[in-house]
Design a protein around this ligand. Structure first.
Ligand code: CMC
Length: 426
């Protein structure tokens, strides 16, 4: 019996529910016994539901805090790098130098262009959205590697994790180069992770140099997207994983969930919205549209289910954005000016203030990626590239301990039991 219990009283029937204390965050009421009493809980959109126990990432949405394995995102962004963070997410600790060198060497071993993925991609339409293509390529990895996956084996799970982290930027590059009709460059595992990504994506030739400012910014973008506890895509990966599904297929399911504009697709939607607004004088009209309860339009890149304060990733992203714009000398870009004006108006508007709607990570990532010259349709693919480490760390956490298949209940509101009427009699 837990030390503390909550009492639920329904029609005079008192039910004791254990109250669990996490290391950080809200206490959790364990409602597992309710089904035996003939009740389910009803929480569409999981507004108040913790779906699992996890030691990886913690968010305090009121205070605007994000911790990975206890380390604040601001410190990681300032002092660490994306690959070190992937190690931290996977293994729960920061590596020492030897461990990190060994880890990077394992990533390098899995850094190669798989011609089967290139061939598969070439059969897809040129104008396919790169998110659909990357989802297909990772789905194809489930077919390629299925026979060697044993999810009960820790060594195998580790191998899957390393391979996915190494291969995901390559899948992104295969998708992009196919879309612009350019052949893949060979992999160069000696380059840093983010540098290699930019090289495979955008270099004209094998020996073309990558701008170090852009490589540093890209590394930070990957780092800021690496994990974000039980968001829609991570929950999708866990739900698929809970059926003992192939891990590559579970990650492909996460990619599908991330694509939507309410989630990772928001970075692309921010740019589409800014293009649609078109000029500074039209911003007021769009803000009014967003505030109109009868209009479904929302300011993309604003608001968050958990953050009711500044998204700490957005704060770091904003700084990176300033650095990149400064470095590239493109502060006068009209789209960027519009983004800044929109941000200012929304932050001062009572509607946004009352609802605690702040710019989220996607607002600034859209702007910074645009400034870096990245094609808009690749924005969410970049989110995928960073988030794959978080997904696979969450999947490893799930399957390395006892777990149940994820199977929510429902509140049925359809017709009650009725008799079938033959078609001639209807
Ligand atoms: N613009 C205008 N109004 C908004 C916005 C927005 N972007 N976001 C929320 N609201 C309003 C909403 O209409 C509602 O108003 P009311 O109380 O009068 O009905 C109130 O704020 C609460 O909104 P909600 O829909 O109940 O909040 P939610 O937690 O279900 O949705 C969200 C969160 C992120 C889906 C939503 O804020 C949104 O659609 N934002 C725009 C898309 C976006 O930027 N998504 C990226 C999220 S961050 C990156 C990631 O994790 O993927």
């Amino acid at each position: 019996m837990a030390e503390r219990t909550a009492k639920l009283s329904v029609d005079g029937n008192e039910i004791d529910l254990p109250v669990l204390s996490p290391s950080e965050g809200y206490d959790a009421i364990d409602i597992g016994v309710l089904i035996k009493e003939g009740y389910v809980t009803y929480d569409p959109g999981f507004m108040s539901t913790a779906s699992c126990e996890s030691t990886i990432t913690y968010i305090d949405g009121d205070e605007g805090i994000l911790l990975h394995r206890g380390y604040p995102i601001e410190q990681l962004a300032e002092q660490s790098n994306y690959l070190e963070l992937t190690y931290l997410l996977l293994y729960g600790k920061l590596p020492d130098q030897t461990e990190f060198e060994e880890y990077k060497s394992r990533i390098r071993q899995e850094t190669f262009v798989d011609e089967r993925l290139v061939a598969l991609c070439s059969s897809l339409p040129r104008d396919a959205h790169p998110m659909g293509v990357v989802c297909s390529l990772v789905g194809a990895m489930s077919a390629i590697y299925h026979n060697e996956v044993d999810i009960t084996d820790a060594v195998c799970r580790d191998q899957v994790s390393i391979r996915l982290i190494a291969q995901i930027p390559i899948c992104a590059a295969i998708a992009y180069r196919h879309s612009i009709g350019k052949p893949m460059l060979p992999a160069n595992p000696d380059l840093d992770y983010a540098e290699h990504f930019l090289h495979l994506m955008f270099s004209e030739a094998e020996d073309s140099p990558v701008n170090p400012v852009l490589a540093k910014a890209m590394d930070r973008i990957f780092l800021l997207h690496a994990d974000h506890e039980q968001n829609a895509s991570t929950s999708t990966v866990r739900l698929a994983g809970s059926t003992d599904a192939n891990p590559y297929a579970s990650i492909a399911a996460g990619i599908a969930a991330l694509w939507g504009p309410s989630h990772g697709g928001a970075n692309e939607a921010v740019l589409a919205m800014l293009n649609d607004i078109g000029s500074l004088d039209k911003i007021g009209g769009y803000v009014a549209k967003a505030k109109n309860p009868d209009d479904p339009f929302r300011i993309m890149g604003f608001g968050h289910r958990v953050y009711k304060n500044y998204d700490p990733r957005a704060t770091v992203m904003q700084q990176t954005c300033d650095e990149v714009l400064n470095e590239l000398g493109i502060e006068s870009d009209p789209i960027l000016q519009m983004a800044r004006a929109l941000e200012k108006i929304a932050l001062e508007d009572e509607y946004f203030v009352e609802r605690r709607l702040y710019p989220n990570v996607d607002f600034y990532s859209g702007i910074i990626l645009k400034a870096m010259g990245i094609p808009v349709e690749l924005f969410t693919v970049i989110f995928v590239t960073g988030r794959t480490s978080g997904w696979i760390a969450q999947w490893c956490e799930l399957v390395s301990e006892a777990y149940k298949i994820g199977r929510p209940r429902q509140m049925y509101t359809g017709s009650c039991n009725r008799d079938y009427v033959p078609i001639e009699a209807r």
